[in-house]
Every structure is written in structure tokens, then in C-alpha cells.
Design a protein around this ligand. Sequence first.
Ligand SMILES: [Zn+2]
Length: 302
Amino acid sequence: MLRLREIPIAFSGSPLDRADHVRSDPAALAELATPDARLLRLDGLAPVLVDEGALEWTTLADAPEGSELVFLGLDGAVACFAPVPPPTALGTPHAGPANWAAMSVLGADELAIYGSARALISWHARHRFCAMCGAPTVLAKGGWSRSCTNAACATEHFPRVDPVTIMSVENDGKLLLGRQPRFPAGRYTTLAGFVEPGETIEEAVARETFEEAGVRVRDVTYVASQPWPFPSSLMIGCHAHTDDTEIVIDATELEDARWFTRDQVAQALEAGDRGEVGEAFNAPPKHAIAHVLLRNWVEQGG
Ligand SMILES: [Zn+2]
């Protein structure tokens, strides 16, 4: 029997204390930034792992010359930092092979620390100039904002979090799943799309489902959310019902979309747990919230 509560949400649950009182107090932060404070080792945006499959840490004494440092939080009394890489070292904003490899070996705590560090340093590296006046910006509040250096502007900029709806859509015991051409062979997953200005979550679910699959939904409910640091999404997992059975795909977004029975979804998830491809389709990996949505739907059906 599948149990949703046994599935942790990847990238959530960081054990670090974000210590807002420290962030906003430069003197307190400077006191914690000793040469033996912890510094997360990174290769651009990618994690560096020790042989045992854990995140590698060094100390502030090893910080790259002149690099900006983000205060990740406190591990007990020890301050933890991450260096902002140069823009030339960013690579793709999407999850690459090193990220998927890290997801498969890192524990939940470490994955959460890496995820928030990546989202933050990636934002810093891409926001070195003020969007209002074009002057350079500098890291502020321990890395949880940036300030414009033009005194006449002095705009404060905050890290982005981009809301994305991702939805399991059901019709009479069948689930709507789609695939994009870039997906691995046989992979089908829940539809998803960014929330647009002026929309509720429910409206974004309805619009995206209709745009991508031509299906009108009703009764949208929230299931779970996930920070997804590639580069800065907050995935908002929902469930919805539809009375439509005909699928009309948007070929610019999807290669295919189909209905799958609860048995097919359950079998695909169980096959995925064994590292195998399901009979009807290849289920999304457990680190993606789509996997959680599929498990939730299978469980709801008893
Ligand atoms: Zn400015």
C-alpha cells in the first residue's frame, strides 16, 4: 500500500535556523563570519559531494577571493555560508545530471540546504545590476536581498520565488498525464505551468489545463507544495476534476497526453520504486512533486 506521509518533499525541511535577527544585524553577522565558519563547496551552481555522498563543506578561510557570501543560517551555533559564483559559471538553470545524481544520494536535510543555497546564489549571480536604474547592486541582509548602490535610487531587491501550479486532473477514475519531447522515454507526468499576474492558484490550474490539454476543470484542491531551485520555483501541487474526456493537446508544449487508470498509475509507481519502467508509462521520479501527486491520487482511491 502506498503511503503519502512516507514520501518526503524533496528540497523542503532544512535543518538550518534562518536566524532573521542575524541577517538584519551586520555586527552580529560579522561576528559569526569567522575563518572557521562553514562554507558550502560548490562547482558553479552544482553541489560538490564527499565520497560518502554528503555535501562537502570547507571553511570561510577558503572563500574565493572577493566573492559575495550568502548566509544560509545557523547549524546550532555555527554559521553556514555559500559563495556566489561568477555569472560565467552558472550553466543551465535547469536540473542537470549532477543535480539528479545529488538528489539520489543526499539525505533530506542536505538536499534542503543545497536547494535553498542554489536558489539564492543563482539569483544573486543573475541580479548584479539594478532593474530600476542600471547601477550595480550589492548583497545585503546576509544575502537575503540586494541593494542598489546608486544613492538616488537605493532600491532594495529581493530573491525571486516563482509560483508554478502542477496538477493531477481526474475524470471518472482516470488521470490526465502528458509528456514533453525532452522527457525520458515513456515518461508521462502531471501538467504544470506558471501562475500569471492577476490569477489565483485555482485559476492558473484551470487555464493551464485548458491551454495544454483542452480540458475544463472544476473543484480544484491543494495537495502539497515543493521548493524547486531550478532556478527558483515554488511548485504548488493541486488536484482537480473534469467532466471532459476529449484531450486536445497544445503541440508547442506537449508531445502527447493520455488518460491512465489508477491501476496503471499504481503499477508505474511501484515499478519506479524498483528502478524499473512501468507497463503503461515511466513514472516521474520520487524527488519531483508530480510523484507525490500521483501517489496521493492512488491512495485517495483506496
Ligand atoms: Zn537603482
